[in-house]
Design a protein around this ligand. Sequence first.
Ligand SMILES: Cc1ncc(COP(=O)(O)O)c(C=O)c1O
Length: 393
Amino acid sequence: MLFLSNRVKSLAVPMTIEMTKKSRELQEAGHDIISLSLGEPDFDTPDFIKTSGKRGIDENYSHYMPVPGYLDLRQAISEKFKRDNNLSYQPNQIIVSTGAKQSIANIVLAIVNQGDDVIIPAPYWVSYADLVKFIGGNIVSPKAGLDQGFKITPAQLEDSITKKTKLMIFSSPNNPSGAMYSEDELKSLVIVLKKHPQVWVISDEIYEYISYGEKHVSMASFEGMKDRVATVNGLSKGFAMTGWRIGFMGAPETLARACEKIQSQFTSGASSIAQRAAIAAVLAGPEKVSYMVEDFTIRRKILANILNKAKYLNFIEPAGAFYLFVDASNYLNENYKTASDLCMAILDGGVASVPGEAFGLDGYIRFSYAASEENLKKAGERIITTLLSIKSN
Ligand SMILES: Cc1ncc(COP(=O)(O)O)c(C=O)c1O
């Protein structure tokens, strides 16, 4: 008999990808499904970035590249950190990877031992928890619901830290809630962290450019934090480059070298052509892609206006990212015991979404509004129809 490892058997496929797969299968079978389940901008990569990638092909960037990424790309990222985040990471503190997901995996592998506690405030991005579980870490997950704007308090952080705590992972803007920590809120978390110098932090800033007016602040920019924070970012969301697979991190050099070693064994680094395209994006900065944020602002309003018609649904308009994370707990009953059950009913009604369980908070549902205005209007009406029928049963 041939057996797979226990490790892989315990690894889940992210529910976001599961739901998207399910909706694709239904679409292929002829069902009319609008997908609001995937975390991906529906824009194409801007032309100036594609041109830079094409130039990379013509200039024969077809050989193995330095494991941490091309030096000129890391220099551009170093400039980006200064320009946007008030952070001075030298190129030798920067590692380019195949997506922010790999950056996070590298860091978790480099930091966490079996049995270490890792604080992951809920709601959290699905893969943080699965990654930590995969390598035997122990998840401690303080919950931050709608009532507290999906942000943990300093007291919750303090209560979550033990002698075994090695790492905290969080994102701002947050996936799934879109919540952003203000400078003062981050500062109050920093005060707690300073009492516990053994705790590393991963600050996942992949949605940095997708925010609706609030100022984005990097955790590493607070005095004394740069030596213990890994700042993760990437091009997937802000530049509509999900398929190019480019993420990066800035970190203390010891951690950067550890991640380079891991990457040298796992992937050898990110695609050479994608890295050449990435230089144009990183140098351009947010202005060149602000039209996407303008569109997301309109779409956020469209979906919010329709879902406001559902009397028992509670939500706040998010400060960043492109998701509405709605509290649907008033719709739970004997027949629909979990948000997953509700999502299945909503899928039967023609809309794919992701249940809050995937993000560590039951009773919630995530709808992505990275979809066309027409589809958002149609999807919103379908969601309302399904919810009305659930309440009237
Ligand atoms: C919070 C968060 N971090 C990281 C990622 C991964 O991004 P990438 O495509 O760069 O791997 C995602 C993608 O959904 C995300 O939502």
